[in-house]
Ligand binder design. Sequence first.
Ligand SMILES: [Zn+2]
Length: 61
Amino acid sequence: MGGNATNQEGPDGGGEPQALGKCTECGSTYPVQHEDGGLRPIGVTGTCECGNDEFEPVSDT
Ligand SMILES: [Zn+2]
């Protein structure tokens, strides 16, 4: 672990966004990648700003 969470956009943030995920705790949405066992937010250290690390898919209607 380690590193600062920044809002920088760039190709080195962990991968291309594939979907939107919503924090199951506070409802914040992040671009996410699908990983084994769930979703991983891109551009942050792996957890929501609230500290939760569980996300659910958001349907883009
Ligand atoms: Zn949250």
